[in-house]
Design a protein. Sequence first.
Length: 272
Amino acid sequence: MSSRDAIGIFDSGLGGLSAVKEFMRVLPGERIIYFGDTGRVPYGTRSRDTIRKYAFQDADFLLKNNVKMVVAACGTVSSVAGSELEEKLAVPYTGVVNPTVYTAVRKTKNGKIGVIGTSATVNSHSYKKRIHKLNPGLEVFEQACPLFVPLVENGVIHRDDQITRLVVQRYLSELKEQGVDALILGCTHFPLLHGAISDFMGEEVELIDSGCETALYAAKVLKEQNLLNDDQSVKTPEFYVSDTPEGFKNVAELFLGRDMEHTVTQIDIEQY
Ligand code: DGL
């Protein structure tokens, strides 16, 4: 095993925790280093150049911490800068678009797939293009839901919260009318709103989130490249953020169900 022994995961903020949760389940013996760019969230309303710049700074921070793989647990980065990261990083890389699309294409029965994400993701049509590459006959309906991101960052995530319910209804009514039976949560913040989204869309609509599929894909890549840790004892993840750890800690504790007191550290991302 090389000295690069951790999996580096990043997102603009809290959203990537939905992937971390799955990585901890699928790869409990791997060390995880997570960076949430809480000082610069949201990414999804920014220009391509800015998102690209942030993405490379985030990846560089992780590489300086000796990660053996970089995961952009962010639909926006995966959509806008994914190919470039894959090409330029010196370690294996994955985003969330491809693994998620495979599941959606497998799961739909009526051939109507909904995609929700940030404005940058929806404008890039990354999920739609990928779906049509796998099966051009499927119908894809896209909807940007930018307000979901601040709701999550501020912990307004409960299924019975009136504000959450109203915003969900506002964004998802059309997709519901269009009769999609699979809905891609194309932004990693959105699984934190799973309850409210599921209540509105109904049980018959399958919500597809990227975390599990991405973790399974990463496990496959690490195994193929002989990069899995020899020591498979359960590891505690390390979390880094670019703004005060407080808000992050509270939502992360709620979401991951663990005490984050000593594991969240603030860094200055602009220096990377
Ligand atoms: N969690 C991110 C995504 O998957 C980004 C949200 C944002 O920063 O706008 O797209």
